[in-house]
Design a protein around this ligand. Structure first.
Ligand code: SF4
Length: 389
């Protein structure tokens, strides 16, 4: 039986990175404690909050064993470790919890010996480090607070505190990144040997200052020094080769892991398993419905203090949208999807859609399993566009 995941959103940061398109804000630390109180209150009262907000949980979901917690952001490592401990405790007290993986997203400059020890005491056993680059010039151009030396200083601190599952994020396409500096970041990462790696391509949209500048053809935020799309694709492919040679298994478009260290929590997203999200902007999926809380942290706190769940998006999935999710989310996993199972479950034939993709060399078939062709992953968007036709 599938286990439930819990996601907790902490939408606070120290500064705003130029490429950031998340709903996060820089606020006084005085606002952290009231926010954490509301998250704990939402966890405690979710069974009464949901029906009042029109969300119907399938029978038994709320009693399903929770095995993963993911505290993301924002920069949740900014919170006092005691606050993080209260959040994990609230999950333990209000769900049937057998926690196997409790992840904290952390920025390297926020870690210290005392904090790392307190994180472990709070039950955190996995840290996802927002490294992004090992090149100080790139970090500075992107508005990051940490530098390469912070990663070297704090990774051993996490190890010494007993965190044996560490993930590093890198971004391909940061301003000032070159073929050589990207290779340097990959080599430095491999040398530090995290158990898990995520590589994201720089997203260009109006949601970030850098993205907006790029779309307008401006030069602010080092927009003139952003690598081209072709270079980004090349960086991604170099990343695939370097990580594979270093013993990492590429298991999702953006994720690699040493054997046994694929993210249990994130796998639930791509496998369409249920998870409940708490906090401002947190998304939830029950198997039949998706909903999200308001993004605005102050609005979220006010609503929870007034005794209601501030849901701003809510969708009861149709069979058609569930099928689309099966394809789009499922194909992100490199092991692929079982077309026979999906055809049976949804009463559809996918033959013609997949025949086109297979003959174009974008999809590889093995019996009823369809997966992205390994050498064409960097152009996987073409697959998703074709599937929409
Ligand atoms: S630390 Fe992450 S969430 Fe915060 S501003 Fe930077 S990119 Fe955005």
């Amino acid at each position: 039986m599938n286990r439930l995941g819990i996601y907790v959103q902490v939408p606070f940061c120290q500064t705003k990175c130029t490429y950031c398109n998340f709903h996060t804000g820089v606020v006084s630390s005085a606002r952290f404690a009231p926010y954490v109180n509301c998250v704990c209150e939402e966890i405690r009262r979710h069974r009464t909050f949901y029906p009042a907000a029109g969300v119907i949980l399938p029978a038994g979901i709320a009693d399903t064993v929770v095995d993963t917690v993911y505290i993301g952001g924002g920069t949740p490592s900014l919170l006092d470790p005691a606050h993080l401990g209260r959040i994990v405790e609230a999950v333990r007290e209000n769900f049937a919890a057998e926690l196997r993986e409790v992840t904290l997203e952390a920025d390297p400059e926020t870690a210290s010996e005392s904090k790392a020890a307190a994180w472990v005491a709070a039950g955190i056993n996995r840290v996802s480090f927002g490294v992004q680059s090992f090149c100080d010039e790139e970090l500075q151009a992107a508005g990051r607070m940490h530098r390469r030396a912070d990663v070297y200083r704090t990774a051993p601190i996490l190890r010494a505190a007993g965190i044996s599952n560490i993930s590093f994020d890198l971004i391909a396409g940061l301003p000032k990144q070159t073929r050589e500096s990207w290779r340097e970041s990959l080599d430095a990462l491999v040398e530090l040997a995290p158990e898990h790696v995520s590589i994201y391509l720089l997203e260009v949209d109006e949601g970030s200052r850098l993205g907006g500048e790029l779309l307008r053809g401006g030069k602010r935020y080092s927009a003139g020094d952003v690598p081209s799309d072709d270079e980004m694709a090349e960086f991604y492919e170099t990343g695939c080769a370097v990580l594979e040679a270093a013993g990492y298994r590429h298991y999702e478009i953006s994720n690699w892991a040493k054997p046994g260290f694929a993210s249990r929590h994130n796998l639930k997203y791509w496998r369409r398993e249920a998870y409940l999200g708490f906090g401002a902007g947190a998304h939830s999926f029950s198997g039949t419905e998706r909903w999200a809380n308001v993004h605005d942290a102050a609005g979220y706190v006010n609503a929870v203090m007034a005794g209601r769940l501030p849901v701003e998006q809510h969708e009861v999935l149709t069979a058609e949208s569930a099928l689309e999710e099966e394809l789009f989310l499922g194909l992100r996993q490199l092991e692929g999807i079982d077309l026979e199972r999906i055809e049976r479950q949804y009463g559809v034939s996918l033959d013609s859609r997949f025949a086109r993709l297979t003959s174009a060399g974008l999809i590889e078939r093995e019996g009823s399993v369809a997966r992205l062709a390994p050498e064409r992953i960097s152009v996987s968007n073409e697959v998703f566009v074709e599937l929409m036709k």
